[in-house]
Ligand binder design. Structure first.
Ligand code: FES
Length: 566
């Protein structure tokens, strides 16, 4: 038997019991698409295309993929694109998060099952990049991540607007009566006006920066705006590089390692990135057998300064970060804290990359290490009797006046309950209370939606209240802000302590002590525990059943148990 490694179209033959026949048939059918024998003898470079009519962020992919193909052809490869699941953030019910693992399975299996020597992963909108990185890590075929790039901000009546921090800001003003119906309709048409991903430091921008920090995207490519010609050059370069990777493989398992994940966590903290990225990075790490310890996150957070002044916590947009020097400028500031020996898909180590790069930086956008926006990182993990396995608070987006306090719980038992009662004028609530949302975690039936940004009750919003302590097992959009405790684990729907909270209970929060505690006697909690019932019946079929049977808690990245590396 011929055990030589196979390349190009000869990889992973369809099994007819006769390898020669399989290859002949495959070449014949490929020729039916008009390829010459010379083209079919080249290394095959897959292009994983996540465009869809339901994904506004990816609407420029045809042009981007043409540029990838140009790069592949110029370097002597054969580019072959293939579709995968696409996840358009605002078009999915109950939430895109439910389908991230489905997309990762699609990417993994199609990369492995189809004959490609390397692959360019083209994604951008929120869950698509983690799904592609998770799938690529498991398939372990050489891969380059090509990001969609951020949208451009709009100029609107003398103000810069960008999705989606401004979406939330104006909606909050509308709820408080400061923007009327006609005004909000006009703003609706001006928030997202170009191709690309949300232009603030939301989840998509954070995951783009993480893809570059991990070494899976080419240097300098994370922050290039979607509509900038540099984005097309990055696409061409990614195609070229994929051909080199096909000839001299560097596999995702050589790039995504414990050290590069720590580098990515440093970058996440320094850019004041999205809380969602903790979940996604934990899932990516799990695919290569690395566990992110939330206590370690706190240690990294204490020693990593916030350097980047982007919305939602600052004032600039991703297009400004690109002009200011991009993720490279952030990496250079963080250099003393990074593992410089990490290999990247560019074929050089992180240290070699930083040595070779120009030192341009716009200090308005990227602050120096010695004079940061904040000496400590933006995210912290909290532990305590309310969250034995951890919870996350984005302290850089929160009001420090609310950090050390005890409050009375005002409990909503589900998202439907929240929607029905939050604006009820009779709701017994004050600005000092803690709003608690139960049953919005991974197994809640809502699949951990971005509902942790509980609205301020209308009567308090009208009275000028801008922030309150809000606690849930949900996630929060990376573009949101407020004193919001998220990802409480174990979640309420799995019977975690969050499920036992009742109206009027006292809860203690201390960001300094990294603690969140339910201040109720154990005997009382034991009684409530005995009465607890799961809020939803398990689904009986389809992907919903697979999801519910296998999804893990937030600290494991909400991946499926059978997809993590043992
Ligand atoms: Fe696609 Fe925000 S909707 S990144």
């Amino acid at each position: 038997m011929d055990n030589k490694p196979k390349h190009g179209l000869a990889r992973g033959l369809t099994n007819y019991g006769d390898a020669g026949f399989s290859l002949y048939l495959r070449r014949s059918f490929a020729k039916s698409m008009g390829y010459s024998g010379e083209m079919l003898a080249r290394p095959v470079i897959g292009i994983a295309d996540s465009r869809s009519g339901f994904n506004n962020c990816h609407r420029h992919f045809p042009e981007l993929i043409d540029a990838v193909k140009r790069g592949v052809l110029a370097a002597g490869g054969l580019p072959i694109e293939f579709p995968t699941v696409s996840l358009g953030e605002v078009f999915l019910n109950p939430t895109s998060m439910m389908f991230r693992n489905l997309m990762s399975i699609d990417v993994e299996e199609m990369v492995r099952a189809q004959p490609m020597d390397s692959v360019v992963l083209v994604g951008g909108c929120d869950k698509t990049v983690p799904a592609q990185l998770m799938g690529a890590a498991s398939a372990d075929v050489p891969a380059v991540q090509l990001l969609a790039g951020p949208m451009m901000p709009t100029s609107f009546r003398g103000e810069r607007l960008g999705a989606c921090t401004d979406c939330r800001r104006f909606w909050a003003m509308h709820r408080a009566g400061a923007v009327d119906a006609q005004g909000i309709e006009e703003i609706e048409g001006n928030l997202a006006t170009t191709a690309g991903t949300c232009g603030v430091m939301g989840t998509a921008s954070t995951m783009a920066a993480i893809a570059e920090a991990l070494g899976m995207a080419l240097p300098g490519t994370a922050a290039i705006p979607a509509v900038h010609s540099d984005r097309l050059r990055a696409a061409e370069a990614s195609g070229r590089r994929a051909v080199e990777l096909a000839k001299n493989p560097i596999r995702p398992s050589q790039v995504i390692t414990g050290k590069s994940i720590e580098n990515a966590l440093r970058v996440l903290l320094a850019i004041g990135g999205s809380t969602n990225a903790i979940v996604h990075l934990a899932a990516i790490a799990g695919r290569v057998g690395v566990r992110i310890d939330l206590k370690k996150l706190n240690a990294l957070s204490d020693s990593t300064p916030v350097l980047v002044d982007l919305k939602p916590t600052g004032q600039y947009y991703m297009s400004d970060l690109h002009a200011a020097g991009g993720v490279g400028a952030v990496l250079r500031e963080l250099r003393p804290l990074l593992h410089l020996d990490c290999m990247t898909v560019a074929g050089e180590t992180l240290g070699e990359r930083l040595d070779a790069e120009p030192a341009w930086v716009d200090r308005n956008v990227v602050k120096p290490f010695e004079a940061p926006l904040s000496k400590e990182g933006g995210l912290v993990a909290l532990f305590g009797s309310l969250a034995p396995n951890g919870a996350i608070l984005k302290r850089s987006a929160a009001d420090p006046k609310l950090f050390e306090r005890e409050g009375r719980a005002v409990v909503f038992i589900s998202l439907d309950d929240l929607a029905a009662r939050i604006d009820d004028p009779a709701l017994d609530v004050t600005a000092e209370d803690f709003l608690v949302l139960q049953n919005a975690g991974p197994k809640s039936g809502y699949a951990m939606p971005e509902a942790g940004y509980l609205p301020i009750p209308a009567k308090l919003a009208r009275a000028g209240v801008k922030d309150m302590v809000r606690i849930s097992d949900a996630r929060m959009s990376g573009t949101a802000y407020g004193t919001i405790v998220l990802h409480v684990s174990p979640e309420a729907a799995a019977g975690g302590p969050l499920a036992l909270v009742k109206n009027g209970d006292r809860i203690g929060l201390s960001v300094k002590a990294r603690s969140i505690d339910l201040l109720v006697r154990e005997e009382e909690l034991a009684k409530r525990r005995a009465q607890w019932r799961a809020p939803v019946a398990p689904p009986s079929r389809g992907y919903a059943k697979l999801y519910m049977d296998h999804v893990l808690q937030a600290e494991h990245g909400c991946d499926f148990d059978f997809l993590r590396k043992a």
